[in-house]
Design a protein around this ligand. Structure first.
Ligand SMILES: C[S@@+](CC[C@H](N)C(=O)[O-])C[C@H]1O[C@@H](n2cnc3c(N)ncnc32)[C@H](O)[C@@H]1O
Length: 330
């Protein structure tokens, strides 16, 4: 036992106070777009909804491909191939629900507008921080109907894999792949937390997804272990340096059964947890949305295998969860 204590002392193990887990200022903080430009983009998105009532789009909604698209219920607004219509252009078919704060651009859009436009209001600024995807393999966790996956393919990604838990989202996404004729985009219906057969990709992207995992920290670790070069995590902002976790339960009516849950991590908890997983804060760039209600973390994972070896937690593999070595040399 004395040898073990001596070894710990030599390796510099020290007790740390929970209050000083991480210095968040070690992670660079950058704006996404200017507020005036954001307001202009949101106004133009709202205006674009008016076109849904135009004779051209009403005509295209009767085309065979649009009628086929409408065999599915759509959560995201995606253009129906070879038409001027979108998956949410037909209001009579589209269910309106809570689009959340991010897709309402704060309160700039109504709940109806946010539901019809989702996820374009977020995309208005998220697209500004994407790395160059050309030639890359990209995985989206929580890919829903595939909006972001199709955008990644259009930006030149070599291979795009969307992963989502629910068939009601994955089936329309798969239909859209065949309608668009994409050869390099595919969707898997599986639980990203538990499915250890998922293959690593160079870039892994999650938008408002860790927030709805049954366990947000395990989900972030899984995503990290799948990202060979870059992990992008986005969700609502809790900008404190302290380690803090917020938890909300949404119910069907007052006192009714839970319908979904939302976790939100503070910057301190996100950066602290990532450092436990082998990512120091300098490797994380934090992006601030124009309304400051949204945090996007761009995580450089290229050093992860080496960092895990350096901080081996006494040789334990408790961080492994599907982590495959054979990553690019760092
Ligand atoms: C709020 S939606 C966000 C959808 C999309 N990323 C967007 O921003 O529009 C969360 C998505 O995560 C998916 N999801 C939740 N838990 C998951 C899990 N364990 N594995 C895979 N997908 C999951 C849900 O089915 C849902 O499509």
């Amino acid at each position: 036992m004395w040898n073990r204590i001596l070894e710990f002392a030599q390796r510099g193990y020290r007790a740390v106070s929970a209050k000083t887990v991480i210095d968040v200022s070690r992670s660079p903080l950058r704006p996404l777009i200017e507020r005036a430009e954001f307001d202009r983009r949101i106004a133009s998105l709202r205006e674009s909804l008016r076109a849904d009532e135009s004779p051209d789009i009403l005509h295209d909604l009767q085309s065979p491909i649009a009628l086929e698209a409408h065999k599915f219920a759509w959560y995201q607004r995606i253009r129906i191939p070879n038409t001027r219509a979108f998956t949410t252009s037909d209001r009579t078919r589209h269910g309106i629900d809570d689009p959340g704060w991010l897709n309402r651009a704060g309160n700039a859009l109504s709940a109806v507008e946010g539901s019809l436009l989702r996820p374009l209001p977020k995309w208005a600024y998220l697209q500004e921080m994407l790395p160059d995807l050309s030639g890359k393999s990209v995985m989206e966790i929580g890919s829903n109907n595939g909006f972001f996956c199709f955008e990644f393919a259009e930006r030149g990604a070599r291979k795009v894999t969307g992963v989502d838990l629910l068939d009601q989202y994955v089936s329309p996404a798969q239909w859209m792949v065949s309608a668009r004729g994409d050869k390099n985009v595919s969707f898997l219906r599986t639980n990203a937390l538990l499915d250890l057969t998922l293959e690593p990709h160079q870039v892994v992207f999650m938008s408002e997804t860790y927030t709805h995992f049954i366990d947000p920290l395990l989900g972030i670790l899984r995503a990290l272990n799948l990202a060979q070069e870059t992990l992008i995590i986005d969700g609502p902002a809790l900008t404190y340096g302290a380690t803090q976790l917020n938890f909300d339960i949404f119910r069907n009516g007052e006192g009714g059964p839970p319908t979904y849950l939302t976790w939100t991590l503070s910057d301190g908890l996100m950066l602290g947890f990532l450092s436990v997983c082998g990512i120091e804060p300098e490797r994380v760039t934090r992006f601030v949305s124009p309304l400051r209600n949204h945090r996007v973390y761009l995580v450089d994972t290229t050093d992860l295998a080496a960092s895990r070896r350096r901080n081996a937690y006494g040789g334990s593999d408790f961080l492994d969860f599907g982590f495959k070595t054979g990553r690019p040399a760092s």
